[in-house]
Design a protein around this ligand. Structure first.
Ligand code: LLP
Length: 419
């Protein structure tokens, strides 16, 4: 949830946001490093915090994570290269990078094998492909326990409708492949979806214990995956990280007792570490009434912030006066907030399935700004060039300074691949 824009110690105070908006003359992502560090500290009980960089893969954010002692998860060749450039170490002795995927394409397989990066296998085929070229490679098994959970069907990563992981009853096939290629099993991993629900979590922990025992293998570690939610809605639930850790720690202890030695507990969050650290600043470019609806159109679209169009996700929206006239915050209008794309679904106030909703906002005019909050996770990292719109710049507020960590893509860069 957004902090007060009136606090000078909040980097996202009115003055800073306005300065940024004017300086960039177009939509811009901004992050607050302090929030990221605070979120990391809430998870320090875990032996390893591994950042699911798909949530926000900017190199400078990755460096911040590395400096704070956070390891990294990569899901593509591009994410492996990002981790390396950010300073993460690969190699047989390093557990800094883990590659988690459902598929190993040929170039990625060659790089993973060459760098000896541990692979979290999401299918038995992956184990055969890896084993054939890299005997003795370190692997994790990502187990699909047969059920899942998510804030949307699209983020549910367990159960029979999910493509992820190795189906729990196929564990013997995975172990057979491990044996055949002399692969080194590090541990078992379960990520069943984004958006934690404690009732489900107890089930996941039980399933993890059962799977480890069923495997009959001696493992070093278990991974709880990601999925910790953040309060996007005003008054939304804040996860109790102590309680969350307690449930997993209990599972870990049962596994350690069974194994007769300590077992490390990893966690792999994306959203929890970065969502609340980010905002997207956009400018109001058109205001119009159509039938009973009041529309405000801004210069950022779903190619920039995809979550509302993709999942009906809620992002808190606040208004900032930008044209010399203060906003009357005492009166609000039920407003549909939309973007510039040539597509009807380019609406930020919608439910999953596309039903258009409204948000109570002060009466803004062209030149004012709308700020989308809690966009640090799956914001910039999910952006696209749809409608031939360049990727937006990113700015990091850290220790009193605002630093550009990505410049705006140019139209020339966008066309370069086709010239
Ligand atoms: N680990 C694995 C194996 C994952 O697949 C994911 C997310 C995570 C960790 C991190 O999940 P988190 O802690 O961020 O919930 N684009 C969607 C979320 C997709 C998540 C995909 N996997 C969104 O904007 O909500």
């Amino acid at each position: 949830m957004p902090r007060s824009p009136d606090h000078a110690d909040n980097p996202f105070n009115r003055d800073n946001l306005l300065t940024l908006a004017r300086q960039y003359d177009g939509p811009v992502w901004a992050y607050d490093a302090q929030i990221i560090r605070q979120q990391i500290d809430k998870l320090r009980h875990f032996d390893v915090i591994r950042f699911a960089q798909k949530a926000c893969s900017n190199l400078h954010i990755l460096r911040l994570m590395r400096e704070a002692g956070v390891k990294v998860d990569s899901v593509s060749l591009g994410e492996i290269e990002r981790a390396l450039v950010a300073g993460y170490q690969a190699g047989e002795q390093s557990d800094e990078i883990v590659f988690t995927a459902d598929v190993l394409d040929a170039p990625t397989l060659a790089r993973v094998a060459g760098l000896k990066i541990a692979v979290n296998a999401g299918s038995v085929d992956m184990l055969h492909q890896l084993g054939a070229v890299s005997e003795g490679h370190r692997v994790w098994l990502r187990v699909n326990p047969g059920f899942g959970h998510g804030h949307s069907q699209k983020t549910n990563t367990g159960g029979e409708n999910s493509k992820h992981g190795i189906w729990y009853s196929d564990l013997p096939l995975a172990l057979e492949a491990i044996h055949r290629y002399n692969l080194k099993l590090v541990g078992l991993h379960m990520h069943i979806g984004s958006g934690v629900d404690y009732q489900h979590l107890a089930q996941v922990c039980d399933a993890m214990v059962a799977q480890v025992i069923a495997s009959g293998q001696d493992i070093e570690a278990i991974s709880a995956g990601g999925g910790l939610s953040v309060p996007y809605q005003p008054g939304g639930e804040t996860i109790d990280t102590q309680h969350y850790f307690g449930l997993w720690d209990n599972a870990r202890q049962r596994i350690a007792a069974h194994s007769g030695h300590p077992v490390k507990l990893e966690i792999e969050p994306g959203r929890f570490l970065v969502a609340e650290s980010g905002v997207l600043i956009s400018q109001v470019r058109a205001v119009k009434d159509m039938g009973s609806r009041h529309f405000v159109l801004v210069d950022a679209g779903f190619n920039d912030l995809m979550r509302p169009a993709m999942y009906g996700s809620y992002h808190h929206i606040s208004a900032l006066a930008g044209n010399g006239r203060p906003l009357d915050e005492s009166k609000t209008l039920e407003t549909v907030v939309a973007g510039p794309l040539c597509e009807s679904g380019d609406v930020f106030t919608q439910q999953e399935g596309g039903k258009v909703e409204t948000r109570a906002l002060p009466a803004v005019r062209t030149g004012d700004y709308l700020i989308f909050h809690d966009t640090g996770a799956y914001g910039a990292s999910m952006s696209s060039n749809y409608n031939s719109r360049p990727l937006l710049p990113e700015v990091l507020f850290d220790r009193g300074e605002a630093r550009q960590i990505r410049r705006r893509q140019t139209i020339d860069e966008l066309l370069a691949l086709e010239r």
